[in-house]
Design a protein around this ligand. Structure first.
Ligand code: GTP
Ligand code: ZN
Length: 367
């Protein structure tokens, strides 16, 4: 079995592990400290602030600054050409402004609490990167710290920026087992673990793909609702089972099952996006109203899995040109894009139409 994990803990890997520990604290509503030059800032996820978590740590009378992405600012009708904006708050509870599914953030632009513009804190970019890595809403409450607080993770801004760059996954190949599937009895599942995030990704080897020149491959991002629960809001379940059947019929194929729920925003945020879609936004605008990009996924993971499986050339089952471009950028030869569309239903018709219209998906548009 190949094991490509580096034996030593290089400086950059150590930095990435430090950032992952901070991410894990933030997911538990624990603030972290980011430093830049001689200044330290307490950084609290807005989700934690609105829930009142750890608010007692905020120094009395210190200025509270809310950092938002440009996408969230635009949804709120706030002006600005920059990637991030900062607003001064009177109370941490006003951080609900960052969340369009929260009463404070869901009103019409004029109905939001009065906020005062604030200069962008030096660590704003690092704070937003951490929130995204933690799959929290990409908004942070930031307070300059007059004195250090012991017991919290503290990390320099530069380290956060370097460690959250996508494109260099450290995957370790682990188990390999026979798992007969309905529609593809000759299937093996090979598992990979991201040595930085600890997240596991799977490669389903259906039939005999490894001997083939350019086997069928699908990059399938996890969808708990569609793949597992049979949700009709998307086409993921059909695409998953359809890919398995197509690969079995072709004598072999590789389905990479990637833990990238909700195009990389996580299950909680995907469900928030669904709530916004019920209020009339489409799948793209719901992501940006939450402050995210339309697609936050890192397909370098898929390219690295193919590299470790020794599959340099593929035929890719997808309607998403972004997947083709990213894989090619990471050195995978995509010899052919194979259409992978299924008939819509009344619940996913708008979703499929928005992907075709706005996200460049090559889907047959239904009447
Ligand atoms: N944020 C968000 N994610 C969604 C929504 N609907 C489905 N998803 C997620 O979108 C991803 C679908 O991924 P893929 O099956 O790789 O699909 P794709 O990028 O549309 O490309 P192809 O299916 O290959 O054409 C899964 O992670 C789903 O959880 C939605 O409305 N909002
Ligand atoms: Zn889905």
């Amino acid at each position: 079995m190949t094991d490509t994990a580096r034996p030593d803990l290089s400086a950059s890997l150590a930095d990435r592990l430090t950032v992952e520990r901070a991410v894990s604290d933030l997911r538990r509503s624990t603030p972290v400290i980011i430093t830049e030059n001689a200044q330290a800032w307490l950084v609290l996820p807005t989700e934690a602030a609105t829930a009142g978590a750890m608010i007692e740590l905020l120094p009395d009378g210190a200025p509270l600054t809310l950092v938002l992405t440009a996408n969230r600012a635009e949804a709120l009708g706030l002006m600005g050409d920059d990637a991030l904006i900062a607003r001064r708050l009177r109370s941490p509870y006003e951080a609900g402004l960052a969340d369009p599914t929260h009463p404070a953030g869901s009103g019409a632009p004029g109905a939001m609490p009065l906020t005062i513009e604030a200069p962008l804190p030096a660590i704003a970019d690092a704070a937003i990167r951490l929130m995204k890595a933690a799959q929290l809403l990409p908004a942070a409450l930031i307070v300059p710290l007059p004195a250090p607080i012991s017991g919290l993770m503290s990390l320099p801004r530069s380290l956060v920026l370097e460690a959250t760059l996508q494109g260099d996954p450290r995957l370790r190949r682990l188990s390999d087992a026979r798992v007969p599937l309905t529609g593809a009895e000759k299937t093996r599942i090979v598992s990979f673990r991201d040595q930085v995030t600890g997240i596991d990704h799977l490669a389903l080897l259906i039939g005999e793909p490894l001997g083939q020149d350019a086997p069928l491959v699908r990059l399938h991002s996890s969808c708990i609702t569609g793949d597992l629960l049979g949700s009709l809001r998307c086409d993921c379940g059909e695409q998953l089972r359809g890919a398995i059947t197509a690969m079995n019929d072709a004598g072999g194929g590789i389905l990479l099952y990637l833990q990238q729920e909700g195009r990389g925003i996580g299950i909680v945020n995907k469900l928030r996006a669904y709530a916004l879609q019920d209020d009339g936004l489409d799948t793209v605008d719901a992501n940006t109203a939450l402050g995210f990009e339309n697609d936050e996924r890192d397909f370098a993971i898929a390219a690295e899995m193919l590299r470790q499986l020794d599959v340099p050339a593929i035929r890719l089952l997808t309607n998403n040109p972004r997947k083709v471009g990213h894989l090619a950028g990471f050195g995978v030869e995509v010899r052919e894009r194979v259409q992978h569309a299924f008939p819509g239903n009344p619940h996913n018709r708008n979703y499929l139409a928005a992907k075709a219209r706005k996200a460049g998906h090559l889907l047959p548009v239904e009447e």
